[in-house]
Design a protein around this ligand. Structure first.
Ligand SMILES: [Fe+2]
Length: 163
């Protein structure tokens, strides 16, 4: 089975994904479902190609699929979701990497990108920057009925189609 599908099918992934889905069932603002994770992965991969970073596709998809997986713990325990996601991701990546699909360096790079994906700052790794940018670009704020109430600052919002 492909490594990304192994991540998706991992019992911890399934557990936290289901929890999040239930907790966000009535959420009017952006939800964090598979569509979002795959949008982030695909946008990040396009930027990766355009910028010629040369990051492996599997590394980008793993980071994207895992970057918000701990969001349920932010809702229920008040833990910042990048920290909860990195903690859960670390356990999943360890399990799925036993046959060497991700090197130790790649695992650390993915966890770093998850931890850093919420804020733009100096010295971001290429994967961190890809994840940050793609996460924001994945949201079509111009179509969102909750845009006016959303607390994202105006610079962050996508108010028109950009290519
Ligand atoms: Fe996200």
């Amino acid at each position: 089975m492909e490594i990304i599908e192994q991540i998706r099918r991992h019992p911890l992934y399934q557990e936290y994904y289901d929890k999040l889905e239930k907790l966000e069932e009535k959420r009017t603002f952006c939800r964090h479902q598979m569509g979002h994770f795959l949008d982030v992965a695909r946008i990040a991969y396009i930027h990766n190609l355009e910028s010629e970073y040369g990051i492996r596709k599997e590394v980008i998809y793993a980071a994207a699929l895992l970057h918000d997986i701990g969001k349920a713990r932010q809702y229920t325990e008040g833990i910042a979701h990048e920290e909860a996601s990195a903690e859960i991701a670390g356990r999943i990546l360890w399990d799925v990497s036993r046959e060497g699909d991700f090197s130790e360096e790649e695992r650390q790079e993915i966890l770093r990108a998850i931890l850093g994906h919420r804020k733009k700052r100096e010295g971001m790794s290429e994967l961190e920057e890809l994840l940050y940018t793609s996460d924001k670009q994945s949201r079509p704020c111009f179509m969102c009925p909750a845009e006016r109430e959303c607390n994202w600052n105006i610079q962050k919002k996508n108010l028109e189609v950009e290519i």
